[in-house]
Write a protein that binds this ligand. Structure first.
Ligand code: BES
Ligand code: MN
Ligand code: ZN
Length: 499
């Protein structure tokens, strides 16, 4: 679908989309369209229950006196609710409606709305962004789709009095959407297609945008002493990889300490010898969502030429049971030198991340590290699918992340850390064990484990197990892979670390 920006005028063909605020207050464009169509909107309003509340849609087919296919009146709700997310959601809703009725071409007429925090240009850009986000589909393996099962919209135009400014405001959003689509693709792909080597190869494509890529293989990781990550990988026929992505966008100081994003990339998690039940195991193809978000985030940052030095690191392994798999009770030595008793091979994400974290702080001396991981089922028990869990050893970092999450519509909820939780992973046989034993505070215990590998660097951990995949559509996120965390972290970077 093409997204275009043009001057405000009455379109001659396709669908025209106009708005009404609550209490049936038509925008100036809605009034103009009503007039051109001989009062069609006024008549339809009288015959309907449409009041202009958010989520309401009134469609008028083949209006007399015009060549239009339809007039779509969309409820804008209260002007104050038309913030960034409000406009984005409208874009997603409009697109969904148009695809649902088989429309191919539409013009959305955007007037400045008094009381909205956004002007018309920014509003037009956000509507286009919301529509683009909602247009995502992962259907490459559905070879027998009938035409009526496919989206029809080909051209989505945003008409405003500030075309140039709207187009300019859309540019970076379009690049963020490119990153989000890459993440959604990577997370949606099955594990026979995306495994450590192929996921690393996908990350390597970011070189075309100026991202410096290094791929560490098993031999290199062995040399670095990453016994913990390699212990997880050893049960799989697919060799592990660690990908380092560097974006050096800070204007002058190319050597200025970077900010760091780390991702859990378990391309399939069977549980290993501590094998998972078979029901629902297919979900574990998206146990690399943290890595998928970090790769997509680097694409977004490079795509919009963010003025920041950022590194992305993803630890890629497949967790399989086999004759070479690690056993419960094995003791491994991590790159940090700390030894770990592996009491449950299904608590593998922390075993992967701990070596990635140590490597990251040791090599890059970053300002801070933020990791994303589908780390625990327990976070779904705590927070369901509405918030990701946030853990941090630094209050400022936690506050900035929480604020960015609110702005981006990806909510975080801070969870506690503390010495008493930390003691739960002390081991009699090694420096620590990888589970506490028992089901208490599972997500916190996992975060405590990671904290032992921060070496004092400011750090935050996002447990995205409950939000990486969605079973229902929302306005801008079709069901499936959400790329949760990408919009949040892009916003977090833009608000705090550029310029
Ligand atoms: N990848 C899982 C966590 C997960 C569960 C993500 C459900 C998404 C949906 C993780 O590797 C895992 O298996 N965690 C265990 C930890 C336990 C063994 C301490 C869990 O949550 O059960
Ligand atoms: Mn697991
Ligand atoms: Zn896992």
């Amino acid at each position: 679908m093409k997204i275009a920006f043009a001057e405000l005028s009455l379109p001659k063909s396709g669908a025209v989309v106009v708005g009404a605020l609550d209490e049936r207050r038509l925008t100036a464009s809605a009034k103009a369209v009503d007039k051109a169509a001989g009062g069609a909107i006024t008549r339809a309003l009288k015959a309907s229950r449409f009041t202009g509340k958010k989520d309401e849609i009134l469609a008028i087919l083949a209006p007399a006196g015009t060549e239009l296919t339809r007039i779509v009146l969309i409820g804008l709700g209260k002007a104050a609710g038309l913030d960034t997310l409000g406009w984005q959601n409208l874009g997603g809703q409009i697109l969904q409606h148009l695809n649902g009725v088989g429309e191919t071409e539409a013009s959305v007429l955007l007037d400045p709305v008094q009381g909205s925090p956004l002007g018309a240009a920014e509003a037009a850009a956000q509507v286009g962004y919301g529509a683009r986000l909602r247009s995502y589909r992962f259907d490459k393996y559905r070879t027998k789709q009938k035409p009526e099962q496919k989206p029809t919209m080909a051209k989505f135009s945003l008409l405003s009095a500030e075309t140039t400014a709207a187009r300019r405001a859309f540019q970076p959003l379009d690049k963020i959407a490119d990153g989000i689509f890459l993440t959604r693709d990577l997370v949606s792909e099955p594990a026979n297609i995306i495994y450590p080597e192929t996921l690393a190869a996908q990350a390597a494509t970011l070189a075309a945008l100026g991202v410096e890529i290094e791929i560490l293989d098993e031999k290199k990781m062995r040399k670095l002493g990453m016994g913990s990550l390699l212990g997880v990988a050893q049960g799989s026929a697919r060799p592990p990889r660690l990908v380092v992505m560097q974006w050096k966008g800070a204007p002058k100081a190319k050597d200025q300490a970077p900010i760091a994003f780390l991702g859990k990339g378990v391309t399939f998690d069977t549980g290993g010898i501590s094998i998972k039940p078979s029901a629902g195991m297919e979900d574990m193809k998206w146990d690399m969502a943290g890595a998928g978000v970090v790769i997509g985030l680097m694409k977004a940052l490079a795509g919009r030429k963010a003025k920041v030095n950022a590194v992305g690191l993803v630890g890629l392994v497949e967790n399989m049971p086999s004759g070479t798999a690690q056993r419960p009770g094995d003791i491994v030595t991590s790159m940090s030198g700390q030894t770990i008793e592996v009491l449950n091979t299904d608590a593998e994400g922390r075993l992967v991340l701990c070596d990635v974290m140590w490597y990251c702080q040791d090599r890059f001396k970053p300002k801070f590290m933020v990791d994303l991981a589908t780390l625990t089922g327990a976070i779904i028990i705590s927070l369901g699918h509405e918030h990701a869990g946030l853990f941090a050893n630094n209050d400022e970092l936690a506050e900035r992340l929480t604020a960015a999450g609110k702005q981006a519509g990806e909510a975080l909820w801070r969870m506690p850390l503390g010495d008493a939780y930390d003691r739960m992973i002390d081991s009699d046989a090694a420096d620590m064990k990888n589970i506490a034993g028992g089901r208490d505070a599972g997500s916190i215990v996992a975060a405590q484990f990671l904290q032992r590998f921060t070496n004092g660097v400011p750090w935050a951990h996002l447990d995205i197990a409950g939000v990486a995949w969605s079973k229902k559509d929302t306005a801008t996120v079709p069901k499936g892979a959400t790329a949760f965390g990408l919009r949040l972290l892009d916003q977090f970077v833009a608000a705090n670390y550029e310029g």
